[in-house]
Write a protein that binds this ligand. Structure first.
Ligand SMILES: O=C(O)C(=O)CO
Length: 258
């Protein structure tokens, strides 16, 4: 049975950010993830994790100016020093939270542009090396172009190919089933191909990106498939609740922490 992480960027928004840890634990989650911890003190986040017995499953490196539309820096020209500073900052939070997986967003750009590919490779190699010194994984996530138009890493096959070319054992795929269904479909076949290189899985219904309890995908089947494939990482619930978060947790009832 998969272990689920509540995504505190999207879920439990009825609470302030730090109180979402308490709410997720109360709802039966054993782990949490979110996009960015950087507006909060590392020790405050640590305190919430410890108090609630929660595992920190994932967060992202600093993405650049998110409010101005930046979606990561790794493939961008002239931003290598900012990527390196971001790694330093993320490692402070890794130390406090005990997270094992950190996601490096690629940024907007053309995946077929040679210079953007070189920028990306340099950023990934640098981040991966520094994370490896702490025994951490660097995650790379393909994101669909409907949610993030112009995103550099917008294809699962291309991501798998790059991960193979980089040849770094701590660089893994972040397999968001929602993005995969929108980009490629045939999600079960993609899971069978790519779980061996995946370090984290995420879920949401398609097309609404709400609770994983209907619409295009049969999640109970996909959860069993993850078990059949021997996946032991976390499954991040990166979805927008339709209403109150706790009212939409019927799907989670069989999986929650006792
Ligand atoms: O937009 C997403 O799907 C993300 O997970 C960004 O980190």
């Amino acid at each position: 049975m998969p272990a689920f992480a509540a995504n505190l960027t999207m879920m439990f928004n009825e609470w302030s950010f730090l109180d979402r840890f308490d709410a997720a634990a109360e709802a039966g989650f054993s782990a949490v993830e979110y996009l960015f911890p950087y507006d909060f003190k590392p020790e405050d986040i640590q305190e919430r994790l410890v108090r609630n017995g929660l595992t920190q499953a994932l967060f992202n490196m600093p993405p650049g100016d998110w409010a101005a539309g930046m979606r990561g820096l790794a493939s961008l020209p002239g931003r290598f020093d900012d990527v390196a500073d971001g790694v330093t900052r993320a490692l402070v939070y890794a130390e406090a939270t005990g997270v094992k997986n950190i996601h490096l967003m690629s940024g907007l750009g053309d995946r077929n542009d040679q210079q953007a590919r070189l920028n990306y490779r340099r950023a990934v190699e640098h981040a991966a090396e520094r994370l490896a010194e702490r025994g951490l994984n660097l995650l790379l996530e393909p994101i669909n172009g409907r949610n993030m138009p112009g995103y550099f890493l917008n294809d699962f096959h291309a991501a798998a190919q790059m991960i193979g070319e980089f040849g770094l054992t701590n660089v893994k795929l972040q397999f968001d089933i929602y993005h995969c269904q929108i980009i490629h479909g045939d999600v079960t076949t993609r899971l069978r191909e790519l779980i061996p290189i995946s370090g984290h899985v995420q879920i949401a219904s398609v097309p609404s990106r709400q609770e994983p309890d209907g619409e295009e995908l049969n999640y109970p089947f996909l959860f069993s498939e993850l078990d059949r494939l021997g996946y032991t990482g976390y499954v991040g619930c990166e979805y927008h609740p339709r209403g109150r978060t706790t009212d939409g947790l019927g799907w989670f009832e069989p999986y929650k922490r006792g």
